[in-house]
Design a binder for this molecule. Structure first.
Ligand code: ADP
Ligand code: MG
Length: 367
């Protein structure tokens, strides 16, 4: 089922009655989440991700705007009536209940035509447990489970009511690195298997990029860009989005366009066609550097780290804004350890220029 957010806005009044510093947590959010897709809602802490999710769930009431599930306006509908499954960062399982009892719990409050018999309930719980692969753990208490297993129970509990929408708020943040990887693949598998429209909130760009059909990047309550992960990475709308996506992060420089050329310090790095003369901000992806003795850009090497397939060269440049340049080049490139400087040419589609005032992307024609 598709979800439509229409001018969705949440303003929290200031705590102090005298001050006027209200918080615009979510600012005119317009988006259509396609049916059956997994959307990664991404941004730094405090940008309004949870507030958006809570409004979709009905736990928080919007200050303005509307929410539609399919064609139905659910803005005024209570959480219970929305048919959603919610999973939070802290698994919030009932410690005195077994895994089975935890998963069954949401079914026991169903009334009227939705009411299930005991046998039906157990069948549903077993089906949910099978989906998240914890069938063998049904008799255990939460304290007898690992973090990853507890989070699977929480997901099973969210799935058992066969929700129309699955909402996950940083569900992997309490897991260690290896489990995080494994569980995110698991969530992707479950989502594909069930086809439930899912919103996955995270501040971890790699996590969102790896499992989402589409990502939504937010900053200070305002949507910056939406699109397929690779499209947003390859075509960032502004410097914030360019900096937020990618590991290692994009390398940022102060530059200048003059006579159709981009200059970094006094080096003429790239032809940028019809861009008017101006000061600009420049981002170059780590994979955008090609070692070339005749390349226009000269950097001072700080260190060279061999990482198997790739080599990471850490260097500096007079026009650099980031702490250092990280370039990733193929390990076939032999770099002399005694070498103090390195010359690069730049792959044009891995370099972005931005307005130095508003930091919006300035498109240019690659020759
Ligand atoms: P995120 O989940 O992206 O970290 P949140 O949605 O939790 O961000 O918060 C967005 C903004 O709204 C933050 O500035 C936060 O301090 C503020 N905020 C969230 N909940 C409340 C609340 N109940 N009362 C006042 N301010 C809040
Ligand atoms: Mg949050």
């Amino acid at each position: 089922m598709k979800i439509v957010l229409q001018d969705l806005t949440k303003i929290f009044p200031s705590r102090n009655k005298k001050s006027t510093d209200e918080v615009v947590a979510v600012d005119h959010f317009n988006f259509e989440i396609p049916d059956g897709k997994l959307i990664g809602l991404l941004g730094p802490s405090g940008c309004g991700k949870s507030t958006t999710l809570y409004m979709i769930s009905g736990l928080q009431k919007p200050t303005a705007g509307k929410i539609f599930f399919g064609e139905d306006d659910v803005t005024e509908l209570s959480t219970e009536k929305r048919g959603i499954g919610l999973v939070f960062q802290n698994y919030a399982l009932y410690p005195h209940m077994t895994v089975l009892q935890n998963i069954l719990f949401p079914l026991q409050n169903l009334t009227g035509p939705d009411k299930l018999t005991k046998v039906q309930m157990i069948e549903r719980a077993q089906e949910a447990a099978r989906l998240v692969q914890i069938e063998e753990l049904l008799d255990r208490k939460p304290s007898e489970l690992s973090g990853g297993q507890q989070q699977r129970v929480a997901i099973a509990r969210a799935l058992v009511k066969m929700p129309r929408v699955l909402l996950l708020d940083e569900p992997l943040s309490n897991l260690d690195a290896r489990l995080r990887l494994q569980t995110r693949e698991e969530i992707r598998r479950i989502q594909k298997e069930t086809g439930i429209t899912t919103v996955f909130v995270t501040h971890d760009q790699e996590e969102a990029m790896s499992i989402s059909d589409m990502i939504v990047v937010m900053k200070l309550g305002v949507v910056q860009q939406t699109g397929k992960p690779q499209e947003v990475y390859d075509d960032p709308a502004n410097l914030f989005v360019a900096k937020f996506l990618g590991t290692p992060p994009i390398n940022v420089f102060k530059g200048r366009v003059e006579g159709g050329w981009l200059y970094l310090d006094n080096e003429r790095v790239l032809s940028v066609g019809a861009v008017p003369d101006q000061d600009v901000m420049v981002g170059i992806r780590p994979e955008g550097f090609i070692i070339d003795p005749n390349g226009p850009m000269h950097c001072k090497i700080s260190s060279v780290e061999v990482m198997g397939r790739d080599v990471s060269v850490v260097s500096t440049h007079p026009a650099l804004v980031s702490p250092s340049i990280r370039s990733i080049v193929d390990a076939d490139n032999k770099i002399d350890p005694a070498q103090q400087t390195i010359a690069y040419r730049i792959k044009p589609h891995k370099l972005f220029i931005f307005d130095s005032e508003n930091e919006e992307r300035i498109p240019f024609e690659v020759k």
